[in-house]
Design a protein around this ligand. Structure first.
Ligand code: PRP
Ligand code: MN
Ligand code: MG
Length: 182
């Protein structure tokens, strides 16, 4: 694959815009869960960076954990076989849980994880995502906290990759369609 420099790609959301929205969502979560404890569950690897920023924007008692799921690969099959690679380390029964994602796309990952986490009988379960791409949804699922809704464009940065590259890019940028679609 070809990896053009991120600096050449159009910025969709700047580092500053992301920081502002993350702080707003952190404040909203802090108000919604006032006086309670929450468990943030990040979905590796893409959500790691959003989770790191969101956790620091939340003022209520919180812990975090991570899960990893198998990617269903580049073949966008609607069967969407998602499999758990790494489970949570600590029990969440009776806890207020928020699953944290970088992007909600077809919804296959989150609908699978949502079902799985509900089996652990949390006191409540919500979803926070940095990006939401509603046009691409294959299964009905919505997030409770969304930083930005985006059209059907391939984006990188702020945790999101193209062939594992660009996760550390600080802005969210549009990956050129002519490079992605070769
Ligand atoms: C990406 C992204 C979400 C998921 C969203 O993860 O980080 O987890 O896909 O897509 P969906 O709504 O269509 O399921 P990916 O599988 O690329 O793994 P990564 O987080 O390690 O990049
Ligand atoms: Mn992911
Ligand atoms: Mg990925």
């Amino acid at each position: 694959p070809v990896f053009p420099p991120a600096a050449e790609m159009e910025i969709l959301f700047s580092k500053q815009q992301i920081a502002d929205r993350t702080r707003e969502i952190g404040a909203q979560i802090s108000a919604d869960y006032k006086g309670q404890s929450i468990v943030l569950i990040g979905v590796l690897k893409g959500a790691a960076i959003f989770l790191a920023d969101l956790a620091r924007a939340i003022q209520v008692d919180n812990t975090f954990d991570f899960v990893a799921v198998s990617s269903y690969g580049r073949a966008r099959v609607s069967s969407g076989a998602v499999k758990l690679i790494k489970d949570i380390d600590n029990p969440i029964e009776g806890k207020h849980v928020i699953i944290v994602e970088d992007i909600l796309d077809t919804g296959l990952t989150l609908s699978y994880l949502r079902g799985l986490m509900l089996q652990h009988k949390p006191a409540s379960l919500k979803i926070a995502t940095c990006l939401d791409k509603p046009e691409r949804r294959l299964v009905p699922i919505e997030a409770d906290y969304i930083a930005f809704k985006i059209p059907n464009q391939f984006v990188i940065g702020y945790g999101m990759d193209y062939a594992e590259r660009y996760r550390g890019v600080e802005d969210i940028r549009i990956f050129p369609a002519e490079v992605a679609g070769h």
